[in-house]
Write a new protein. Sequence first.
Length: 160
Amino acid sequence: MVKRISHKASCCPIARPLDVIGDGWSLLIVRDIFDGLHRFGELQKNLGVAKNILAARLRNLVEHGILETAPVADGSEYQEYLLTAKGRGLFPLLVALRQWGEDYFFDDNEIGVHLVDRKRGQPIKRLELRAQDGRLLAAEDTLVSHAPPKATAASQPAKK
């Protein structure tokens, strides 16, 4: 089996998180938790993933602060998995992936589930990338700028 390369030290903000959420199971777990599934058994049944794989992915997501565990409210000995602020921050990524998947992996009449506004029941608008001044941006309108390294407390001159 090929050993995965770690991107932990990469300067790329796409590569680093892929060490944590780059496998398909992790994003599907997060999706299911957003959809209201919180117990191990619920997740395992819905995903159809082997228990050892699910346990490893859940442990990884907890270790990286995307999920946290809490006792189930019914007083049983079970625990549930909840999204942290870091985990909830994945929502726009999942929406973008969903919209990309709808565009390129389904026929027009094939999609059976839709993301809707809970309050109004209407489909959500497409995600858009906008400049500071509000202009709609495409990939060709952007570039990666290599910023200077952030100064640390040790590298800054002492204040007098």
